[in-house]
Design a protein around this ligand. Structure first.
Ligand SMILES: [Zn+2]
Ligand SMILES: [Zn+2]
Ligand SMILES: [Zn+2]
Ligand SMILES: [Zn+2]
Length: 868
């Protein structure tokens, strides 16, 4: 069993009792929390481990590559394609013309969405997205929650009660029951602050009076646990008065209540008599703020950058002075972001009765600020939007959700890009949208094609006009994260395929039509009276023709749709899979949201970038991942990274951005004799002599004496079998059969040794899985040994100072920490810290956890230190 000790800085002045046993550092990104098997009296965590995703190496999710749900559902794409194919050839030709402006595209396209065909088809597709509040669903989720609560699966119960609450009508007694039940589960999870919030919510939504004492007692207990003794005592006297007023209680429930009441009174008294003065929040929690001098002309950027322009590279950022590794270069709040819904939300073939209990992004993150949700506040109108707080819910409503709420099914059907396009316009406000759309029409006349515009601009740059002539800059030459900057991101309208443009246009028109039909036009045009909660009045006559204002909106949205293909930035996060109750909580990287970051968008792509981007909520921070000498361009990787893909694959993926990558890595690899690092490392080995195999369809042993040859197909089959067996082993782990899982993984390793090169990523993954299994059963030494081998392989692929190695070392530090390997833990912490500081900065949760671990280790009693 693991000894428990308390990391000092993890205890704040506010909480006198930490709910989790001491070793549990807050389970955040990259942390896998190992929990004790349910022994019947506790579901408490016993320690904290590191990332165990499906792979040892976090999958890099770049910008907009291969994004699920970015585009409309397939059926709608097909419907649009049929419409396109059946268009009058003359009209199709006009729509295909490269010189056709967005304005004319919308004008021509408006009437092409036929109510009885395309609109009807879309309506049918929308029925699959269930985002309305349904009382039957509420009941189902609540009962399901109660069932799991009974089985002490409190984390899962919290999620289900949240689902239930999202389907109840606001202010109904039922919704208050959901909040009260959820507060009980939160209490068991030790989330006292959130529990108190839920109790307050239950009270404010009309929780039944007769049930109140129980909830109020919970409140007192929470306050007690949080060390807020006076408030706890006050809460108790409220309960006492209530019970006294309600008359004599004889039922067993009330007897229990009274018993509990007196117990709590004793506890409060004890605490008060021996209470030490509450510790002040220690000063060392404050991190040294980073040196940061903001750029005069680019908002959010460091003064060591400058915005340049030339015909070849377009707008780009260059180091105007020498930049150090780890220096932060850019901090930007997304102009707009839209949470990516979970896959299961739409694509399931949902029958009427079966409700989905699977958890999706939509349940896990605040739909406005993207903070992780524990106890969500549902939208008052739909069951889809959920928020971290009432404040976020109100702000989202005010800014965009009052328009989006009733469009939920349509937006889910048409995909995230459409949703981002609409929200961008709503956030900008109609007057600004109109101003820029009209301005772009003048611009179309002046400078008809991009080439002329570029010439014009490079002339401007040559004549030292500064950044004044660069698109997106305001009159004084400043580039800010504004709608103007978003509007000026390149839509590449002439480069998209006509079919794609048509699909985007038809989708945008469908949204605008629905806005008009639902009576939301006034809201969109900011002409609405201030009654923000009022229901929109559906429009009486639906002529089908869009108003001129909505045509302007449609044109702006079409522009944003086209821009997104090149300019969408993914906000990614490490996500827990499974509930908090599971023995091992896995973390895997997921794309959380799609956003516009107009300043970040100034960075060009390289397959071998010199920066790292990290996200916190909807904010992005860019840091130099290596020293950047003055004059060098600052480069971002849009996804295809040289350590992750071969050059051919990278070039194929980069085609969506309408450019051919000519970065150093690509140029080198394109010279035929240089093999990609990825190809060399992820290769097969000879089954006889284990030398590397070479060739394409038929692989030959590179050892001439051996001369064995095997078809790639048969090797690939064996690889697939192996991957399946690894999956089975992980299933065993999930079923808490650690011994069997270990045996199976060892067998896999034996087989892999005859098939894969020793540096193959899968070899590393198996070591990582073994480390995970050993950690689950508390065998920290074995876990560390296996993880170290996995790290060697990750290092070969990504380099010793890569962010991937940082995460792996973080994991190792936690294992060594839990295993009391003090000196090894300390040196690993230091290495992890050095690397993660560069990529994620001092404020990142990992850095803070590493520092907590260090403090804790340094304070260990000498007796323990000597033992190690
Ligand atoms: Zn929020
Ligand atoms: Zn809503
Ligand atoms: Zn490249
Ligand atoms: Zn051989």
């Amino acid at each position: 069993m693991v000894l428990r000790f308390q990391p000092r800085s993890a205890t704040t002045a506010k909480s006198s009792r930490r709910p989790e046993p001491a070793l549990l550092l807050p389970a955040r990104d990259y942390v896998t929390t190992v929990r004790a098997p349910d022994d019947g009296n506790t579901s408490a965590p016993i320690g904290s481990l590191a990332l165990y995703g499906g792979s040892a190496v976090p999958v890099y999710l770049g910008a907009a590559i291969a994004v699920p749900m970015a585009l409309p559902v397939e059926e709608w794409q097909l419907c649009a394609a049929r419409r396109w194919a059946a268009l009058d050839p003359a009209l199709r030709e006009r729509l295909t013309a490269a010189s056709l402006s967005l304005h004319d595209t919308v004008r021509l396209g408006c009437g092409l969405l036929r109510p009885e065909v395309e609109a009807a088809a879309l309506q049918r597709l929308c029925r699959r997205a269930r985002v309305a509040k349904e009382p039957a669903a509420a009941l189902f989720y609540r009962e399901e929650g109660n069932r799991l609560f009974g089985r002490r699966q409190y984390g899962a119960a919290v999620r289900l009660y949240s689902q239930a609450a999202s389907h109840e009508l606001p202010g109904s007694p039922e919704v208050s029951l959901c909040f009260a039940n959820r507060s009980a589960a939160l209490f068991h999870l030790g989330c006292f602050e959130v529990c108190l919030e839920d109790i307050a919510r239950a009270e404010s939504h009309g929780y039944p009076d007769r049930l109140l004492p129980k909830v109020l007692l919970r409140k007192a207990e929470c306050l007690l646990c949080l060390g807020r003794l006076q408030e706890a005592a006050d809460a108790l006297s409220v309960v006492e008065n209530k019970i006294a007023m309600d008359g004599i209680m004889t039922s067993p429930t009330h007897q229990t209540l009274l018993g509990k009441l007196s117990q709590l009174k004793v506890k409060i008294h004890e605490k008060e008599s021996c209470s030490e003065p509450a510790r002040e929040a220690c000063g060392d929690v404050q991190r040294a703020s980073e040196i940061w001098e903001e750029n005069d002309s680019i908002s959010g950027a460091s003064s060591s950058l400058s915005l340049n322009f030339d015909t070849e590279r377009g707008r780009h950022l260059v180091a105007s002075q020498d930049i150090l590794s780890g220096q932060s270069l850019l901090k930007e709040e997304a102009f707009v972001s839209v949470l990516c819904p979970g896959e299961s939300l739409l694509l399931q073939d949902s029958s009427e009765t079966a409700w989905d209990t699977r958890v999706t992004n939509a349940d896990l993150y605040c739909h406005r600020c993207l903070r992780q949700l524990l106890a969500s506040v549902p939208c008052c109108g739909c069951s889809y939007a959920k928020y971290c707080s009432q404040k976020c819910a109100d702000m989202a409503w005010e800014q965009y959700h009052r328009t989006e709420c009733s469009l939920g099914p349509l937006l889910l059907t048409l995909g995230v890009f459409c949703h981002v396009a609409l929200r961008t316009v709503l956030l900008a406000g109609f007057p600004e949208v109109r101003r820029l759309v009209e301005w772009s029409h003048d611009d179309d006349k002046d400078l008809h094609n991009t080439e002329a515009r570029c010439r014009h601009l490079s002339e401007a740059a040559d004549t030292r006009a500064g950044s004044r002539g660069i698109p997106g800059c305001n009159d004084s030459g400043q580039y800010q994260s504004s709608y103007q900057a978003v509007f000026n991101l390149l839509p590449h309208a002439e480069k998209h395929s006509p079919e794609h443009k048509f699909l985007c246009m038809l989708s945008v028109v469908a949204i605008c039509r629905q806005l008009q039909e639902a009576g939301l036009e006034a809201a969109v045009l900011n002409q609405e009276s201030s009654e923000k909660w009022s229901k929109p009045k559906p429009c009486e006559e639906t002529s089908g023709e869009l108003s001129p204002e909505l045509k302007t909106v449609a044109e702006a949205m079409l522009r944003h749709m086209l821009q997104l293909q090149c300019n969408a930035q993914a906000i990614t996060v490490m996500q827990e899979s499974g509930f908090r109750d599971d023995a091992v909580v896995n973390k895997k990287p997921v794309r959380l949201a799609t956003a516009f970051f107009p300043v970040l968008s100034l960075l060009n792509h390289s397959c071998s970038p010199n920066i790292s981007v990290s996200f916190s909520g909807t904010a992005a921070t860019v840091r130099a991942s290596q020293p950047i000498p003055s004059g060098q361009e600052v480069l971002h990787c849009y996804g295809p990274h040289r350590c992750r893909m071969r050059v051919a694959e990278r070039q194929r993926l980069l085609r969506q951005y309408f450019f051919e990558c000519r970065c150093q890595a690509c140029l080198e690899e394109l010279k035929s004799d240089v093999k990609s690092v990825v190809a060399m490392r992820n290769s097969f080995c000879c089954p006889a002599c284990r030398a590397p195999m070479q060739g394409e369809d038929m692989l030959c042993c590179s050892n001439e004496a051996c001369a064995i040859s095997v078809s790639r197909e048969s090797l690939s089959h064996r690889l697939q079998d192996l991957q399946q067996q690894i999956k089975n082993a992980l299933e065993l782990l999930r079923a808490r059969k650690a011994d069997q899982a270990i045996k199976m993984l060892q067998k896999c390793q034996m087989e892999a040794g005859n098939l894969l090169s020793p540096e193959h990523l899968l070899m590393g993954e198996m070591e990582d899985h073994l480390a995970q299994v050993y950690a689950t059963v508390g065998k920290w030494q074995e876990a560390a040994r296996h993880l170290q081998r996995s790290i060697e392989i990750v290092e070969m692929h990504h380099g010793p100072s890569s962010v991937e190695i940082g995460h792996e070392l973080f994991k190792l530090a936690q294992i060594l920490f839990n295993g009391f390997a003090v000196s090894e833990a300390l040196s690993t912490i230091q290495r992890a810290e050095e690397i993660l500081l560069v990529h994620c900065g001092p404020q990142s949760t990992q850095i803070q956890e590493l520092q907590e671990m260090k403090t804790c280790l340094l304070e260990l009693p000498r007796s323990i230190l000597q033992r190690t």
